[in-house]
Design a protein around this ligand. Structure first.
Ligand code: SF4
Length: 165
């Protein structure tokens, strides 16, 4: 089976972010992996039924995706609505797809309460951020999938030797 990489849909130019925008990542490796059929694209939040646009959400109280998965933290929209269940389902959907398709690696956009892997926002909707993972990134890592942020694409290229062939 061709080795695959799970990738955030908004990085692939899909307009699926909470504000209806995308954040396409331009890199020669993306073009090559697309041609080679290595990219498995998902928006975890949309897979869990969340609409576009949708209110922004953050993990409450400065906690992180691992805390959400262990039941110690909640994910809350700026409206105050608790969307923890949706975010956990989103992560489970992403993991199921990664396992079904044989993804050993994931390339996810940073900062998101789902896809963030190096930083997320602190739960106050103030723009303050801290080190930590979103819910999807945390669940993927807990299940042995190597997660890289969009700013680490060169590290992913180096780590995944098969991609050089
Ligand atoms: Fe992008 Fe992930 Fe947010 Fe979907 S859940 S919009 S793929 S960052």
């Amino acid at each position: 089976m061709t080795a695959k990489i799970l990738v955030s849909a908004c990085l692939m130019g899909h307009a699926v972010r909470y504000d209806g925008a995308s954040k396409p990542l331009a890199h020669p490796a993306i073009d090559r992996w697309r041609e080679e059929g290595r990219l498995v694209t998902i928006c975890p939040e949309m897979s869990a039924g969340m609409p576009v646009p949708r209110p922004p959400a953050e993990i409450a109280d400065g906690q992180a995706g691992t805390d959400v998965l262990s039941g110690k933290a909640r994910v809350v929209e700026n409206t105050g609505r608790d969307v923890t269940e949706e975010f956990v389902r989103a992560a489970e959907n992403a993991l199921a797809l990664a396992l079904e398709t044989g993804c050993r690696f994931a390339l996810l956009i940073d900062g998101s309460p789902s896809c963030g892997s190096r930083f997320i926002y602190d739960g106050n909707f103030s723009g303050a951020r801290h080190s930590g993972m979103g819910v999807t990134a945390a669940l993927l890592r807990q299940n042995g999938i190597e997660v890289y942020s969009d700013s680490e694409i060169d590290r992913l290229v180096a780590a995944a030797g098969f991609l050089e062939s």
